[in-house]
Design a protein around this ligand. Sequence first.
Ligand SMILES: Nc1ncnc2c1ncn2[C@@H]1O[C@H](COP(=O)(O)OP(=O)(O)OP(=O)(O)O)[C@@H](O)[C@H]1O
Ligand SMILES: [Mg+2]
Length: 298
Amino acid sequence: MGPAISARGVVKSFGQLRVLDELTLDIPRGVTYCLLGPNGSGKTTLIRAIVGLLKLDAGDLKVLGTPVSRVQEIYSKIGYMTQHKALYPDLTLQENLEFFAGLYGIGKQEREQRIVELLKMVNLQGLSRRLAGALSGGMYQRLSLACTLIHEPELLLLDEPTVGVDPRLRQTFWEYFERLASDGKTVLITTHLMDEAEKCRIVGYMKAGKMTAVGSPDEIKRQAGLKPHLELWLKDIESDCARLRAEGYEIEILDGVARLRLESHKQIKSVLEIVSPLDMRLKEPMLEEAFLQLSEAA
Ligand SMILES: Nc1ncnc2c1ncn2[C@@H]1O[C@H](COP(=O)(O)OP(=O)(O)OP(=O)(O)O)[C@@H](O)[C@H]1O
Ligand SMILES: [Mg+2]
């Protein structure tokens, strides 16, 4: 089986504004793939293109092997959670879920069971009779996710699904997404939160309508040349640093703390053979720094 999504030279402009600029990407099946990028970089536009809501100006886009011009034929395999409100405010939670289940032709018995299961997952089980329009922001997001998952789609397109969701439930969502991926489903997700991006198998950084970096979080850090650092609190900082530098270590002193660049974690032992710090801390590189570096270079 080919990739879940494959885009080649995709172009989409709104008037003078080229929002997708010869964008090329492949999203394999059975992964969590995080699409990152600044506001306005084209993430939502790309997702809308994938579900066939936009007509492309140029390029080739395939979704689960089907050309996007025929994507309607495979709608039952796709779950799309939009960035904006898309549920019926005058229907209750239960009715919204039943409506979406009906759209996808899910039988009555299976429907009831799915609804109970999903309401539990999003922790709204006691509220099935409340109107969707009367939910808080985070609760609404949770209901939207439940509606998106009702037909057990093979491909999930989730546009900022965790906005406004509290940290504990975000954790539950992520565990669920990882489980879906390990069951072979593909989860494409946008977020502005780096801790969420770190959880994904693949992250793709989008800038001005192009993918500027793609890889696992570790690969991205490596591509950007970022290494872990060891922060050292030293009694005699100048002479200790001189000794470390003489052994070839790269060190910066910032606010009385020595910041030593590690090529690998194994070097920590050798450092401790040269100096005896009062205290120390290992700082792993941050994905955010990597993207800043890569997007400046692009
Ligand atoms: N229907 C439209 N008509 C005109 N311009 C549009 C339309 N849809 C999107 N745009 C413009 O395209 C650009 C990309 O928008 P898009 O919503 O894809 O960004 P995004 O990466 O999802 O941003 P965010 O992180 O804020 O959600 C923006 O400048 C936006 O104003
Ligand atoms: Mg968006």
